[in-house]
Design a protein around this ligand. Sequence first.
Ligand code: NI
Length: 179
Amino acid sequence: MGILKVARLGHPVLRRAADPVPPEALGTADTQRLIDDMIETMAEYDGVGLAAPQVHVSQRLVIYGVAANPRYPDAPPIPLTVLVNPRITPVGDEQEQDWEGCLSVPDLRGKVPRWAGLRVEALGRDGRLLRYTAEGFHARILQHELDHLDGKVYLDRMGSMESLAFLSEFQRYGLKRAD
Ligand code: NI
């Protein structure tokens, strides 16, 4: 177990399309250790999601979950989830704007439009098929993390850079509440 170094914007691994995880890799100690280390790393940095490319591993693997989190005080709790080779499909055509941040783009926040509802299909860390729907902040986290698997970050999805703010100013001026 260990805390992994998080790649920051500018590292090429964040701009590459990640490779699928061969399902048999889930039976190996290496892949299971990577997942455990990603969980530890996300907890260390108070993240709500982490994609393998963010820890310099170009594979289609993400984790996410929301416990009581000082970085996202208004976020609803979401159980810790591991997704291997995930796919998402929008449900309906509704989009929502809300704030995002990213451990690979430290100290910034910006408003990003995302699909309000998704269908999700992936393998779990035990190789079993997972199928479910997600809405709101849950759907937002998924779209953010899956973008990392395609070499995208949330800045690429912002309709306008006007909302982009440093975290300290975001907090000082109560931008979350002013929306
Ligand atoms: Ni991110």
